[in-house]
Ligand binder design. Structure first.
Ligand code: A3P
Length: 322
């Protein structure tokens, strides 16, 4: 039986042309300030802008991000997983999905990808991906966002939605983000890691500035459940219990252990619902490009990219209060 992903994949080439034509014609609003073009991104039509302090690309504007964001009405049963990209979003999403749905089978959600089960608020590409728009989803809605706290639609704060935030050693975030942009069709980053790292610190990568993002959520840790990638590594069952308590969906010890087992790196890399291999079909990554979404899944890969001194300086920068 053809899946939604197959339907999207069947239109891949036509879709690439349509997107390129739309990007070419797009006129971002006046309060979107264009950043200087970084020649290391080889895909010419995606440009980066600063909007209310945050770097966003013209990509979400294609699907009416701003209108959709204004229209978004949070509901009390909404669960929102927020993060700076590459901090362990997918990991926490899958864990949350399993807690909310009491899911203990190997392939959660019948193998449907998280992109459909747990859509991204920031890029309302429901139409092109043949998804149910977030506005029309049934409760409980599970929603992902990389928007900083201050850019969340106001009703998230007033509508009693539950918000979880995952953060990670910023050095590992930076390494993972570098590889992500090398892999993604709409970026094709070809600069060196050092060049990418410098643009990360200058606050010129998508969703930057990094420190404001993390600290913006941590400042609200009284209402936002904040977990770390490193905690997920060290004791996942404990994180499952914290999430379950926060979402008021208690789990037994056996369920917590099962969810922890099914959210290991190896399990999620095998699971078609979580490994993002469908991007090879839908054109998000170039087939045969380096790496995959589930890349290494390690704590401390930064040591392969920074010297000890560089790593210490980067961490010091990242922790400075802003
Ligand atoms: P690496 O590139 O370091 O491997 P996000 O979901 O926020 O985009 O983050 C992606 C990062 O989380 C990638 O990091 C990916 O491999 C890692 N990841 C995803 N699921 C994981 C899991 N179950 N265990 C460990 N790491 C995981």
């Amino acid at each position: 039986m053809a899946t939604k992903v197959d339907e999207v994949a069947a239109r891949w080439e036509q879709q690439q042309r349509e997107i390129a034509a739309m990007l070419d014609q797009l006129k971002p609003p006046d309060d979107w300030k264009l950043l200087p073009a970084d020649p290391n991104y080889k895909y010419p039509l995606v440009r980066y802008y600063r909007y209310r302090g945050t770097v966003l690309s013209n990509f979400p504007l294609l699907w009416g991000f701003l209108e959709s964001w204004k229209r978004f009405q949070a509901r009390p049963k909404d669960v929102i997983v927020a993060s700076f990209p590459k901090s362990g979003t997918t990991w926490l999403q899958e864990l949350v999905w399993r807690v909310v749905h009491g899911e203990t089978s190997v392939n959660s959600g019948g193998g449907a990808t998280l992109e459909y089960r747990f859509p991204l608020l920031d890029e309302p590409y429901a139409d092109i991906m043949k998804m149910t728009p977030i506005h029309d989803m049934e409760d409980p809605r599970l929603i992902k966002t990389h928007l900083p706290y201050d850019l969340l639609p106001p009703s998230v704060h007033t509508g009693n939605a539950k918000v979880l935030y995952v953060s990670r050693d910023p050095r590992d975030v930076c390494v993972s983000y570098y590889h992500f942009f090398r892999m993604i069709n709409y970026a094709e980053y070809r600069g060196t890691f050092q060049e990418f790292r410098d643009s990360f610190v200058r606050g010129e990568v998508m969703y930057a500035p990094y420190r404001e993002h993390v600290q913006g959520y941590l400042r609200h840790a009284d209402t936002v459940l904040c977990v770390t990638y490193e905690q997920l590594h060290a004791d996942r069952a404990a994180v499952v219990r914290r999430v379950a308590a926060f979402l008021e969906r208690p789990v037994t010890d056996a369920e917590a252990e099962s969810i922890a087992r099914h959210t290991s790196f190896e399990a999620m890399k095998e699971n078609p619902g979580t490994n993002y291999r469908h991007w090879e079909k839908t054109g998000m990554v170039n087939v045969g490009s380096e790496g995959t979404f589930m890349r290494k899944g390690q704590v401390g890969d930064w040591k392969n990219y920074f010297t000890e001194e560089e790593g210490a300086a980067f961490l010091k920068w990242a922790k400075q209060p802003v």
